[in-house]
Design a protein around this ligand. Structure first.
Ligand code: AHR
Length: 517
């Protein structure tokens, strides 16, 4: 396949899909990026580097939890997986679903493990043994030092169930429900702050699927009870996950916010992308879809909040990933949704992370779906594990991109995709934290090394910059047990005064990190 036709456009990092200034003649393939640490988009919330564990296939059982395995600790937690999760710097972890949450009764997953009931599980067509429940999940979060995020059952569940789950987890003592927690071995409450008001309630595939009005009314009463039980809660309303033909994405979000604008703190959105037509250039542009939906949702939120005072609702992209090969519809059972990722998937992941940083003013939560085995960066067998390609960009962002997201001026080459006539070949975000600058650059070109010069306003680059690059031999390269073709490599580069020039290799994600003086 020949390289796409390249033109050149100027844009700012937060406005890639807005109308742009087009130069008459392409001047060169060299990009020019201006950085000004006073041009702040917003504070980067560490919860952008969240993840998700669902009772689905081998995500939990056989993933993070494997009782009686020589690789597990006394709690049944896989130690090798736990190490990989810690190294990924998972800041925020969602559980128990997903679609699973819409038929989950939390009371089935407490008390002595051997006495817990096995239940038919209808989201994924299995039997749920409930050996991993609230205590196991919250203890796991404590062990890996991550903030938990529980998704309540607003499908088959009731207001009472949701309210009492909050009480079980967060109420100090003295009520039947908090005493039950204490009897089950946990004296002090966990104080779980983040709670979802159901999952993908706009989807016909969801148990308890409702119209926007019916969901809005139901969720409002649940939200009231939950916040009256613990006023410190932060609640996530189920926004629309259904963006395809016939779906009324905008209306769902608008109506739900009308009901929940005084009680919800986040609007949940989901996005999975793929490359079924094997078109690298189009696939690499799919983060523009994220940008577009983020912008639309931000406008809907602003409209909904225009008559409220001192309240803000943020966006929670609480499920996102590449997912198209192992869709799982015909493979109900244990080994489902086990996507094997390649380099191009990892690059798309890096562009999504750029998208979250570049919208840091409104996106405050993002959970890659999911953590282990099921559409996941970590892949296990009973004997070991390996890190999928998508692990590496998430790890680099989560370990480095903090502080203020900066708005950049970018003058660089572009190409036409179905998402935009001016898809930037270099997709960039910048984070600035206490004198340290982090630049995240994805070269969307399959063939070309692209040079870029960064120009700093009002300061100087320190001489040496750290370089971390995620790349591999080919865009289709995958990792597997014992073979790591795609990974992060480290080196350094030199900056000079107010200029930093770098040549970005074809099909790469590069992080440049250094001090400003
Ligand atoms: O992450 C897999 C599934 O995708 C989740 O259960 C559901 O919320 C979404 O449709």
């Amino acid at each position: 396949m020949s390289p796409p036709t390249i033109s050149r456009r100027r844009f700012t990092s937060t406005l890639v899909s807005a109308p742009l200034i087009l130069r008459a003649q392409p001047s060169s393939r060299e990009a020019r990026i201006k950085i000004d640490t006073e041009r702040i988009i917003g504070q980067i919330d560490p919860k952008l580097y969240g993840n998700f564990t669902e009772h689905l296939g081998r995500c939990i059982e056989g993933g993070i939890f494997e009782e009686n395995s020589p690789l597990s600790d006394k709690n049944g937690f896989r130690k090798d997986v736990m190490k990989a999760v810690e190294d990924l710097h998972v800041t925020f972890l969602r559980w128990p679903g997903g679609n699973f949450s819409s038929n989950y009764n939390w009371r089935d997953g407490i008390g002595p493990r051997d006495e817990r009931p096995a239940r038919l599980e209808m989201a994924w067509g299995t039997i749920e043994d409930n050996r991993f429940g609230t205590h196991e999940f919250l203890n796991y979060c404590e062990a890996i030092k991550t903030e938990p995020y529980l998704c309540a059952n607003f499908g088959t569940g009731s207001w009472d169930e949701a309210q009492q789950w909050v009480e079980y987890c967060n109420y100090p003592s003295g009520t039947a429900t908090s005493k039950l927690r204490q009897k089950n071995g946990r004296q002090e409450p966990w104080k779980v702050k983040y709670w979802g008001l159901g999952n993908e309630m706009d989807g016909p595939w969801q148990m308890g699927h409702r119209t926007a009005e019916d969901y809005g009314k139901f969720a409002l009463e649940g939200a009231k009870l939950m916040k009256w039980t613990d006023p410190t809660l932060k609640l996530v309303a189920a926004g629309s996950a259904n963006y395809g033909p016939g779906a009324d994405w905008i209306n769902w979000n608008r109506v739900v916010l009308q009901y929940l604008k005084d009680h919800a703190d986040f609007l949940s959105l989901h996005l999975y992308v793929g490359n079924p037509e094997n078109n690298f250039e189009e696939f690499m542009a799919s983060s523009l879809e994220l940008q577009n939906r983020t912008r639309i949702a931000e406008g809907i939120i602003r409209a909904a909040m225009s008559d409220t005072e001192n309240r803000q609702i943020y966006i929670a992209w609480d499920e996102w990933n590449v997912w198209y090969r192992a869709r799982g519809d015909k493979e109900r059972g244990r080994r489902i949704l086990e996507e094997h990722y390649n380099l191009e998937d990892a690059l798309v992941i890096a562009t999504f992370l750029n998208g979250f940083v570049n919208n840091a003013q409104i996106v405050k939560i993002a959970n890659m779906a999911q953590l282990v085995n099921v559409i996941a960066p970590i892949f296990t067998s009973p004997n070991g594990m390996f890190l999928q390609t998508i692990y590496y960009p998430l790890q680099l962002f989560a370990a480095n991109s903090f502080g203020n997201a900066l708005e950049l001026f970018v003058d660089g080459p572009t190409y036409a995709s179905k998402h935009s006539p001016a898809t930037p070949l270099l997709d960039i975000s910048a984070a600035y934290n206490r004198g340290t600058l982090v630049l995240n650059v994805v070269n969307r070109s399959r063939y070309e090394v692209l040079p870029a010069t960064f120009e700093l306003e009002g300061g100087q680059f320190s001489a040496e910059f750290e370089v971390a690059e995620v790349n591999g031999p080919d865009i289709k390269s995958e990792n597997t047990f014992g073979t790591t073709l795609v990974k992060t490599t480290h080196k350094s580069t030199q900056a000079s005064g107010t200029r930093l020039r770098y040549q970005f290799p074809a099909h790469s994600y590069t992080m440049l990190k250094g001090k400003l003086v």
